[in-house]
Design a protein around this ligand. Sequence first.
Ligand SMILES: NC(=O)c1ccc[n+]([C@@H]2O[C@H](COP(=O)([O-])OP(=O)(O)OC[C@H]3O[C@@H](n4cnc5c(N)ncnc54)[C@H](OP(=O)(O)O)[C@@H]3O)[C@@H](O)[C@H]2O)c1
Length: 319
Amino acid sequence: MHAAVVSSFDTPPRYAEIETPIPVGEHEVLVTVIAAGLHPRVRSQADGSHYTSTDELPLVPGIDGVGRTADGRLVYFILPDTTIGAMAEQTVVDLRRSIVLEEGVDPVALAAAMNPAMSSWIALRQRIDFQRGQSVLVLGATGSAGQMAVQIAKHLGAGRVIAASRNAARLEALPALGADVTISLDGAEADVAERLASAAADVDVVLDYLWGTPTVSAMTSIVSNRTDPGRPLAWIEIGSVAGPDAVIPSAALRAARLQIVGSGQGSVSARDIRSELPALAKEISSGAYAVTVRAVPLADVEQAWNEAPSGDERIVITP
Ligand SMILES: NC(=O)c1ccc[n+]([C@@H]2O[C@H](COP(=O)([O-])OP(=O)(O)OC[C@H]3O[C@@H](n4cnc5c(N)ncnc54)[C@H](OP(=O)(O)O)[C@@H]3O)[C@@H](O)[C@H]2O)c1
């Protein structure tokens, strides 16, 4: 069968022939893949930089997708850490990490949206005790996951959603998706800090896709400008597009009732992630959330990989 194959962490995957994998575990089945998203997580899997990387090569990238089982069921699946990923004509799926989809679901749209949507859905539902009416700041709101976060926070009952990002054009589009306020993170650090202090100082929850320096600036600004420092502030680290490390001032954790947690593979168990999939897939399939997607044939995977990643659209590989 054909697959996208990574032979070196320095070069993009190539379209190549490999042996069809064989299911071995009790719950494993062979699935014919229909669509697999090219998410940032998949790029970091393929270049060896993800925190779960074992450095084992060759590998087929792809962490989730939509496919069909031999008995005809349409499924959405998430793969464990494996060298046989979703960007192949067939892959091995543990049925305990999959859900059956209704016929008629758009497999490409679903494969595009599940990973970015899951990031905020699971963060709000599994990592904190999120209450209806609370206010949410999305830091890095213009990527695929950030745009979803704006919509999902509203859907889950946020009273006020504040969307912050450096991309002016895409920021302008966010009120139509549910953002009550937008904040530009572009410009001098002091100006950005001032904007965050005036619009987001009393926020209840931060969904953070940035990390790095922008997070340090935003956290410092918010923590030092809260009307009531005793009011709980839940800061959920989800992505790190602006840097893998952030130097958090110790005072930030003493001066306000700040709690920093992360949300992702490991901090949420596979079972808890699985438990959220049916409801999220239903929401996405109903067309509740805007998602821009471009389908690319598996044979063109190398070319798609070489394009600069963009929050404008999600590439989905279709074997
Ligand atoms: N933990 C989880 O469960 C989970 C799940 C899904 C995704 N994620 C993570 O969430 C992050 C975003 O994913 P995505 O799917 O939204 O990716 P994406 O669609 O590629 O969007 C990434 C966005 O990051 C912005 N960006 C890049 N560098 C930046 C910087 N230095 N400062 C500010 N903004 C910057 C880009 O904005 P511009 O247009 O301004 O360049 C772009 O809109 C990734 O780190 C991903 O791994 C985590």
